[in-house]
Design a protein. Structure first.
Length: 279
């Protein structure tokens, strides 16, 4: 634990009391340290379930850990602190509590959940594609850790799904920037972005559009071999996509057809994706 700030002792004493309403409408105070660990823990669970603010439950779990260290309830209270912080959207605090749990109880049955909660705290911070994607990379790393460390756990299945969604998010960011450049006819810059999607994010939902945008870019630059090759890859893998219809019309309007030509990087992709020649 880090050192306390001035006045922390007073706050601790103040938080050690709870108000119990009597039948007559009066009240009396009873210090939390007069309750058992189980009683305090259950008060936290009740507050978390029925209260409007998750943070109101946090003090109970914190006090269980403080008053009854090295007990089973202290261990349970720590993982509940991580969960409560996450529910309150205090994501850095959730990660800190989950990490402490893993440090103290690495072999516990709740360790997979603690690791998953750390990854989830990044995943739930992923915003729209217009924002910086550093958080998305952290979410991917966290979900991969869950999948690799606890492959047979129930959390691995959820982590796989969220990994794919986060991966798609990164591709969406590349597409957004690529479209920006394409709209302004900065073809070379746009190609660099769409190329990343085709080469590094082939399993995402954005590959078909990326190939179509590459056709547009290469046609704009007068590089017909590259445009035709991108069209051929698109036609083989995504012929039912509306992007292929647009590509076919674009090429046909210039007397071209979707076929592999030349020896550009797209010809390598064609050999891999169409002919299965990965070596």
């Amino acid at each position: 634990m880090s050192g306390r700030r001035p006045g922390a002792g007073f706050l601790s004493v103040a938080l050690l009391t709870v108000v119990l309403a009597g039948c007559s409408g009066g009240s009396r105070e009873r210090a939390l340290d007069t309750y058992t660990a189980e009683e305090i823990f259950k008060k936290g669970e009740l507050e978390l379930e029925t209260g409007k603010r998750p943070k109101d439950a946090l003090i109970y779990f914190q006090e269980v850990e403080r008053l009854y260290p090295y007990t089973e309830y202290a261990k349970r209270a720590l993982i509940m602190q991580a969960y409560t912080h996450h529910k309150a959207k205090d994501y850095p605090e959730a990660r800190d509590a989950a990490q402490r749990f893993l440090d103290f109880y690495p072999g516990d049955e709740d360790a997979p959940y603690a690791l998953y909660l750390m990854a989830l705290s990044y995943y739930d911070q992923i915003d729209d594609v217009g924002r910086d994607q550093g958080i998305t990379f952290q979410a991917l790393k966290g979900m991969r850790d869950v999948i690799e460390t606890y492959p047979d756990s129930e959390y691995a299945r959820s982590a796989i799904l969220k990994f794919d969604l986060a991966f798609d998010q990164l591709a969406a960011k590349e597409m957004e920037v690529g479209r920006y450049y394409l709209k302004r006819r900065h073809y070379a810059a746009a190609i660099n972005r769409f190329r990343v999607v085709v080469q590094d994010f082939q399993t995402t939902t954005h590959t078909a559009e990326a190939l179509h945008r590459l056709v547009e870019c290469y046609v704009g630059l007068g590089l017909n071999d590259e445009a035709q090759t991108a069209g051929a890859i698109l036609g083989f893998n995504y012929q039912s996509s509306p992007f292929y219809d647009d590509t076919f019309r674009l090429l046909q309007g210039r007397g071209l057809s979707p076929e592999a030509k030349g020896e550009s990087w797209l010809r390598t992709v064609y050999r891999q994706m169409v002919r299965g020649e990965w070596l």
